[in-house]
Write a protein that binds this ligand. Sequence first.
Ligand code: SAH
Ligand code: SF4
Ligand code: F3S
Length: 451
Amino acid sequence: MKPDTTPAQNRPKTYRVKSFGCQMNVYDGERMAELLAEKGITEAPEGEDADLVVLNTCHIREKAAEKIYSDIGRLTKGKIQKKVPMIAVAGCVAQAEGEEIMKRAPAVSMVVGPQAYHRLPDMLDKAVQGERVTDTDMPAIAKFNALPQRKRRTPSAFLTVQEGCDKFCTYCVVPYTRGAEISRPYNDLLDEARKLIEAGAREITLLGQNVNAWSGENETGRTVGLAGLIHSLARLDGLERIRYTTSHPNDMDDALIAAHGEVAKLMPYLHLPVQAGNDRVLKAMNRSHTAQSYLRLLERFREARPDIALSGDFIVGFPGETEAEFEDTLSLVDEVRYAQAYSFKYSPRPGTPAATMDNQIAKEVMEDRLQRLQDRLNRDQLAFNQASVGKTCDVLVERKGKHEGQWLGKSPWLQSVWFEDEAQLGDLVAVELAEAGPNSLRGVVREVATV
Ligand code: SAH
Ligand code: SF4
Ligand code: F3S
């Protein structure tokens, strides 16, 4: 008897979207939620069962990708919610493994790729008739044009400006799951930004797999890069903060570096992945920058904005990485002193060149390297936070804290700050940073910010 795995066929009244990936995946999750809401389906309140569950997946590492099958299993066995919902699989695993998901998981009704989710409502119409539907087309711009107006009400909002990747780093699935690099048109972005501000956003983070590869024509017909877009957004009343992520070292231009010294609303924070500190490894990764050219870039950012907080991504245990080559990564970290960073064990991804390279590194070696790298990154993050103590800066209030009267927000350097005082969501509060931990700081409200 297998009644549990038959796709649900009633038109769903409530939905839940679970996003597992990067910020662009979160953005896509928000847009799918808006689409479903427009169809009259409401978000299931926390703790209550949803009729439709959208699993918005990530394919970047094996662990992230495998999670999807265990989640489907738990949903169909009633371990996540009492009622077995209709299940849609979206995101980058959907793109990479569309048909395989349909074969492996009979309980899934819809599989929709990251460039096709504007068609979710039509797919739903078919799914309620009992059809199982897959759509992994890649018409990126068509998607944006077909989406409803933004309604999201949060002080800090995401705005996807660029999608896809042409870089083909040898370890990475993104060029295959997200397709070629495209830039959304300038006017569409200003319109979406205005809608987000009207709905209450005071900070906008511009998103792209290679966000600094964005280019477009501004209102005078001139081609501008990301810096041009940032200058235009900075002129919008009501918007107080601008951020952007993730950049690639090779797409960096003078105007963007200069913008950090010119645009007060552009926050002093840069996420610039390096992946490794050794040039042979970087070449094998097809990164097309060297450790030196990367360090030189960071220097220029520090010249433009001396207090800029630096962040990066690292992979340890890329095929063939020797102990000495790994130590070059540690040296690079010692030189940069990151405010914050992400680091990962290399994970072989099907279809990528690195997955079939010789000299795959043993798991224990990777674990040891990751631990040693993270020890240094944690040391530097704590030191950065400690060096901020005594500064008074604006904190954008984003959430209530766990305790009555407690608020959580972000400093200009993207540190999490909590404080206790009168405040409202979306306020920019002048806060003195009083005490530093590894992951957050305690603040005390002051009259005016000095930074
Ligand atoms: N476009 C960005 C980020 C892409 S994915 C960039 O170019 O840097 C986010 C991070 O995941 C990458 O920076 C990389 O550090 C990590 N990553 C990507 N593929 C991976 C893999 N196969 N194994 C381990 N980490 C990986
Ligand atoms: Fe992946 Fe490299 Fe593209 Fe980043 S630049 S998304 S790591 S292929
Ligand atoms: Fe993951 Fe896709 Fe983002 S693979 S990191 S959700 S682009």
